[in-house]
Design a protein around this ligand. Structure first.
Ligand SMILES: Cc1cc2nc3c(=O)[nH]c(=O)nc-3n(C[C@H](O)[C@H](O)[C@H](O)COP(=O)(O)O)c2cc1C
Length: 136
């Protein structure tokens, strides 16, 4: 099974999850700005919310994807307050016609004075366990 990990991260929180998932998958996590080279069975896609929603970088990455190129997308995300990130990423993917795994990984991400240190070591272990379950 071919696997890729792509993420968009302004302050590094989503990147931490991406690196943990990529370690389990045995691939290198790359920014969505790197695009996707070749077809993959499973694409782990990480994003977070910034006031008005997910970042335009993520939206344009998704818009360039083709359902022939990606078997399914597995979403991982962080946010400071509400669990808004997953539904927003999921909606953008569904608009693209690519299938989205119902399972997703979410945890809090630090923002200003909130959730210092998140994702923490426990979050990263949970992300690895999630990736193992997806890839099993
Ligand atoms: C400009 C900005 C706006 C944000 N707006 C929200 C928001 O509306 N709701 C929320 O839950 N978190 C919000 N956050 C918090 C981020 O979702 C959280 O810090 C996330 O972990 C950032 O991920 P990153 O480090 O990968 O960029 C915002 C963060 C920034 C920088």
């Amino acid at each position: 099974m071919s696997v890729a990990v792509r993420y968009y991260s302004r302050s590094g929180n989503t990147k931490k999850l991406a690196d943990a998932i990529a370690e389990v998958a045995g691939v290198e996590a790359k920014s969505t700005d790197a695009g996707l080279d070749g077809a993959v069975d499973t694409l782990f896609l990480g994003a977070s919310v910034y006031a008005y929603g997910i970042d335009d970088h993520v939206k344009s990455f998704i818009a360039k994807l083709d359902s022939d190129q990606v078997g399914k997308i597995v979403v991982f995300s962080t946010s400071a307050l509400a669990e808004r990130a997953f539904p927003e990423v999921e909606r953008a993917i569904k608009d693209s016609g690519i299938s989205v795994d119902e399972r997703n990984f979410y945890c809090r991400g630090s923002f200003l004075m909130l959730h210092k240190g998140r994702p923490n070591a426990e979050d990263l272990e949970n992300a690895k366990t999630f990736a193992k379950e997806i890839l099993a």
